[in-house]
Design a protein around this ligand. Structure first.
Ligand code: 2HA
Ligand code: ZN
Length: 272
């Protein structure tokens, strides 16, 4: 059996948590990541029949039965993940239709997965229905997206259009736009269900006055999505109070969509 601390998925997760902390997106215990793994990946490093303990989840997600996830722990600080991966991360398998998680590695101080586990697992289930290659759900608290949710309309079309106008890359990176939830109590099944519902039509879901959820096929892709939206929000917050003399027009956004062969969310650009 190979050493799990050297597994590419653990190394990548540690680097990602460290990088996200460095971006200022994950103060204190803010943020969480879940990364779906195949049984073959896990079996190179662990005896998959050796269950350390079982943890109840409080929800059901039958399509995740038998699936493996590397997840950040509740109350754990992203800044500390690199110093003690086996305490701050856990590797689990979902059983009993989602009601129970079997811990195979990690959470070595007796801990458990992120308080946002329902939102993560329900988002995985929702995204797998749209994209069977989805692997990652990532949540964090980037300052400019949060700030924008205080001063901008939360209408999804309006919010998306503003982000698209703030940087040429945006419509290419997230042509489906962003979805937006109003403020809701975090850590609950209700916000998990609402997030998953929004995930049916976009890979980014803003949690107003809280943060953002992103999903993708890899950690890099998911990070890049959030990074691009957050950069656009930063430009918005730098310019919103100033006289706007220039913008990226809908005609220019259509040109980008054509050139980069992406399909903008239906109805989000003016018809041409
Ligand atoms: O895990 O970010 O939303 C801490 C949080 C809760
Ligand atoms: Zn949060």
């Amino acid at each position: 059996m190979k050493e799990i601390l050297n597994a590419p998925f653990v190394v990548e997760m540690v680097r990602m948590a460290t990088n996200m902390y460095a971006h200022g997106w994950d103060e204190r215990n803010g943020g969480n990541i879940s990364y779906m793994l195949s049984e073959a990946q896990v079996a190179e490093y662990l005896d998959t029949s050796a269950v350390l303990r079982t943890i109840p989840t409080g929800f059901e997600a039958p399509v995740l039965e038998g699936k493996y996830f590397l997840v950040t722990g509740t109350g754990k600080y992203f800044k500390n993940v690199q110093y003690a991966p086996e305490v701050n991360l856990g590797l689990i398998r979902i059983i009993e239709g989602g009601k129970t998680a079997e811990l195979l590695w990690g959470f070595a101080d007796g801990g458990r997965f992120t308080s946002e586990f329902p939102a993560h697992m329900m988002s995985h289930a929702a995204r797998l229905a749209v994209d069977p290659d989805n692997r990652v759900v990532m949540h964090c608290h980037p300052a400019n997206l949060l700030a924008m949710s205080y001063v901008h309309s939360l209408d999804e079309r309006a919010f998306t259009r503003t982000l698209w106008q703030m940087s040429t890359e945006c419509i290419v990176v997230f042509p489906e736009g962003v979805n937006v939830l109003p403020w809701m109590l975090c850590g609950t099944n209700e916000i998990g269900e609402a997030t998953a519902e929004k995930m049916a039509t976009a890979r980014l879901v803003v949690w107003s006055q809280h943060g953002i959820y992103g999903v993708g096929r890899s950690l890099d892709e998911t990070f890049g999505l959030i990074e691009t939206a957050e950069k656009a929000a930063e430009i918005y917050m730098k310019t919103a109070h100033l006289p706007i003399l220039n913008t990226i027009t809908d005609e220019a956004l259509w040109q980008l969509a054509d050139f980069f062969k992406v399909t903008p969310r239906d109805g989000f650009l003016s018809a041409r």
